[in-house]
Every structure is written in structure tokens, then in C-alpha cells.
Design a protein around this ligand. Structure first.
Ligand code: LER
Ligand code: MN
Length: 263
């Protein structure tokens, strides 16, 4: 099992504070960082790749959700042009993920389904399949994140995610589980439920029940990590605190202090 922590990648010109954060993550003993990126074409890719490799940090995963929350791009948008732009944005993330050997997370870019659930599901699967086929060509894995119902109105649970990836039927599409969302949505404790993902668990986000750092609330992380070990899970577990306050440094430090005792 490897540990990473989420950081936002700045768009052109504000790289220095990010570099400082990366140095801290490396010093604290993280194996990698998870990258929150709005538009991969607007970041300094060469600098990013070099910084990570100089610090011996891996990029665990790319979070793509700002494509929807900032730019309004979703795979189920009523406009075919917007759906096409959403697919293109995800393909841009896939290209970057190819050079970083990271996975690509599909969260908020699934959009909102409530206006016509059947049509939305069809459009989502169509878009996802196109992206996943291009990801396959670049050797990139894609993970559908289960997100709680107060944020999105589809694929809230691991069972729903498993049904979805079965339908897509491509080996490079799996699940991203997030302990904060699981604690809201799942019918069993997080340590019991996680095992249903088996080898389709591609990535894990950890935050406590209050979405603060692990250990700041009451989620049973020891038992959760026991389950991951029993599953022989050897991919990344990534700290994702929302909002990322008081600072990257504080989140990275206190999470590592807690996690190194139980991982
Ligand atoms: C969304 O709530 C979430 O958990 C993030 O990983 C962004 O997709
Ligand atoms: Mn998450």
C-alpha cells in the first residue's frame, strides 16, 4: 500500500508554492501526490514531471472534477458539443496520466442525471467507453468514484459502481472508494463494505467522517486498513480533506503522523 496526499496543480505561472508542497510531501515520507487539475493543457507539464521525478514522488491519480464544477463540462450534458468537450477534456487528462503513470478519476464529470436518468446513464456509458478505450491505448486506468448523494445524483455506492463497470466491460475501468462518501452511503461499516470491490479497487481516498484528516473524527481506520491488507490492496491510499484547510502542510503532516501508526 502506498500513501499520497491531494494537491492542486497551479495553472501557468504559480508553480513555486506547489513545488514547496511537493518537497514537504516527499520529506514527510509520502510515496506520491494526487493531482487536482482543471485543464491539463494549462499546466506546466515538463516542470511537473521534473519536480515529481527529482523528489522521487509518484502521481497517484488525477482528479478531473473541476471540468464540471468550474467549466460546466459533463458527459451527460444535453448539448452534444458540450459532451464532446467533456470527452476531450478527459482525454487530455488521460494523455497526462500516461506520462505520469497515474490513474484518472471520474467523479463530478458524470454530471447531473435527474432530468432523464435513462438517457443520462446511456450518455455517461457512451462517453466513459470512448475515454476508457483511449486510456487503454495509453495503458491508463480509470476509476469511477462513488460520491455521496448530496453532491451527485448517480453512482453513490460501491454496488452501483460495480454494476456500472460491469456494463462498461473494459478491464481498465475500476472503482475509487472514498471513506467520507462511504460513511454516508454504504449499508455496512467501511471496513466490511470495501471488500466487495476485490481487484477492481483502483484507488482510495481517506478523510474522516467530518471530512477532516483521518483521526480527526470517528471512522474505524484501523479496521479499514486491515481489510485493505486482507484484500492485498497494493495501490494508493490518498488523503483528501475538503475543504483543504487550514493548509496543505498541516493536512499532510497530521495525516502522516496518524497513518504511519496504522498502515
Ligand atoms: C468529491 O466529493 C470527491 O470526493 C473528490 O474526490 C473529487 O472528485
Ligand atoms: Mn474523493
Amino acid at each position: 500500500m502506498k500513501l499520497s496526499v491531494v494537491a492542486s496543480v497551479p495553472e501557468n505561472g504559480r508553480f513555486l508554492p506547489f513545488e514547496k508542497s511537493m518537497k514537504l510531501a516527499s520529506r514527510l515520507g509520502y510515496d506520491g501526490v494526487e493531482l487536482n487539475i482543471r485543464d491539463p493543457r494549462r499546466i506546466e507539464e515538463r516542470k511537473l514531471v521534473k519536480t515529481l521525478s527529482d523528489l522521487d514522488l509518484r502521481a497517484s491519480c488525477i482528479i478531473t472534477g473541476q471540468g464540471f464544477t468550474v467549466d460546466g463540462l459533463s458527459l451527460v450534458d444535453p448539448s452534444a458539443r458540450t459532451r464532446k468537450l467533456a470527452v476531450q477534456r478527459i482525454k487530455d487528462h488521460i494523455l497526462l496520466a500516461g506520462s505520469l503513470s497515474s490513474i484518472v478519476l471520474i467523479g463530478w464529470m458524470r454530471g447531473i442525471w435527474k432530468y432523464n436518468r435513462m438517457r443520462a446513464r446511456r450518455r455517461f456509458l457512451e462517453g466513459l467507453r470512448v475515454c476508457a478505450e483511449s486510456a487503454q491505448d495509453s495503458g491508463v486506468l480509470m476509476g469511477i468514484e462513488c460520491i455521496n448523494r448530496y453532491e451527485v445524483d448517480s453512482i453513490n455506492t460501491l454496488d452501483e459502481a460495480l454494476a456500472t463497470i460491469r456494463e462498461v466491460d473494459l478491464g481498465n475501468v475500476g472503482i475509487v472508494a472514498d471513506t467520507f462518501h462511504m460513511n454516508i452511503e454504504e449499508d455496512k461499516p467501511i471496513y466490511e463494505k470495501i471488500v466487495i470491490c476485490k481487484n477492481r479497487l483502483f484507488h482510495v481516498h481517506v478523510a474522516d467522517n467530518n471530512r477532516k484528516v483521518p483521526g480527526a473524527g470517528h471512522l474505524p481506520f484501523r479496521r479499514f486498513f486491515d481489510s485493505l491488507r486482507r484484500m492485498s490492496y497494493d495501490r494508493f491510499v490518498s488523503v483528501e480533506v475538503v475543504p483543504p484547510e487550514p493548509s496543505f502542510a498541516s493536512i499532510a503532516e497530521s495525516s502522516m503522523t496518524y497513518l504511519q501508526k496504522i498502515v
